[in-house]
Design a protein around this ligand. Sequence first.
Ligand code: PMP
Length: 452
Amino acid sequence: MTSTQERPGVASAHDIAQMNRDYTMFSWSVQGASTPMVMTGGKGSHFYDGAGQSWLDFSSQLINLNVGHQHPRMLEAIKKQVDQLCFAGPSFATEPRGLLGKKLAEVTGLAKAFFTLGGSEANENAIKMARLVTGRDKIITRYRSYHGATMGSMSASGDPRRWPVEPGVPGVVRVFDPYCYRCPFGKTPDSCGRECVSHIEEVIQMEGPESIAAILVEGITGSNGLIVPPDDYYPKLRALCDKYGILLITDEVMSGFGRTGKWVATQHWGIKPDIITCAKGLTSGYMPLGAVIVNGRVADYFETHMLWGGLTYSGHPVSCAAGVENLAIYEEEDIFARVDDLGAHLAARLEAMKAKYACVGDVRYKGLFSVLELVKDKATKEPLAPFNGTSPEMNALAGHIKSKQVYAYSRFNFLWVCPPLVITKEELDAGLDVYEEGLAKVDALLGAGVAA
Ligand code: PMP
């Protein structure tokens, strides 16, 4: 977190930031208030800013840089494909596209992949396919979900990020989440009858089972608080879909490709969805790529029916080559075993933090996909910042972590730990130590609040 690196290029860091601010627009920001950090390079779990400072990347950028910054094998594979063939139109067959499709079928147990440029577009196409295959209109999604920023995917999301585009694309019906820490049905593990599933069945009946094309859920909810479902949730959801002929679509954009120690998160619970959408860890962000991976039923339908969709860059050969190499790295570098080991260590440290700090209400984790849920009071579970808001205490926590050059993702009252899967144990501990300093500060702030 303290080493430095020479900054390459001609423009000064100041000029780069200024040019970006003056001539480009930043996502999810009020432009006048955006203060972008300049990034000039990276290696493994670290990246370098415009001042040559090294940052520990505790969020793998947008929880996508699974094999870390500037992995030599990724760079080599991309360069090789660039020399061979930079572009082929989407109706051409290429070697990397075929290889990647074959590998995705093998690791998911599904049949075929349709390639997209990212996660939002993958969800757009999954929804479209589900409607075409079933001849039904409605899609059930969950309130605490994010499926993307394009119109359809944003409409399908439950996250408040959808509010500005409401009423959005019609036909979305939302249900509550398997959020045991704050069970929407007021249940505790002792009294629970999996109301989070039976309520979905009631919604299906009220909406008319013949109108529901698909249930779309994140494999493990990511940016809405990392909600790991109870063990029988997915088997019950799968059975519900089968009972009513509804397709189960799992959005593994964030939770897929080793993040939880498996190819996709639902493999932890032994069920197979009908459609999997993915992106992020598919290429670890080295090239833009997403995929809609479909089972035999969906693939067969499109053998004799038109697939109404596709963009100029669908199946881009350089993106597919990056995907092929990335999947090979997961296997050949034994990344998932590494995630299991580091994940166990991370889990132990998170549980210790929950026991030690008054402000840690809950910790949730699977592999290197984890979150701390922060509270003002453990007994009442009052959030440290309100839903869709922030607070001085959360700002103090995020500010402390940033001051130590650890790059972390926080939102509302959640603080994530999602480092690159190649992180070392020492790096992981160093970042967690910084988190602990911040948590101690929050406890002190809360204590001061009580005394005053
Ligand atoms: N689904 C999930 C679960 C996501 O986390 C994201 C992005 N954070 C998306 C979809 C959208 O993916 P993209 O930004 O690649 O379009």
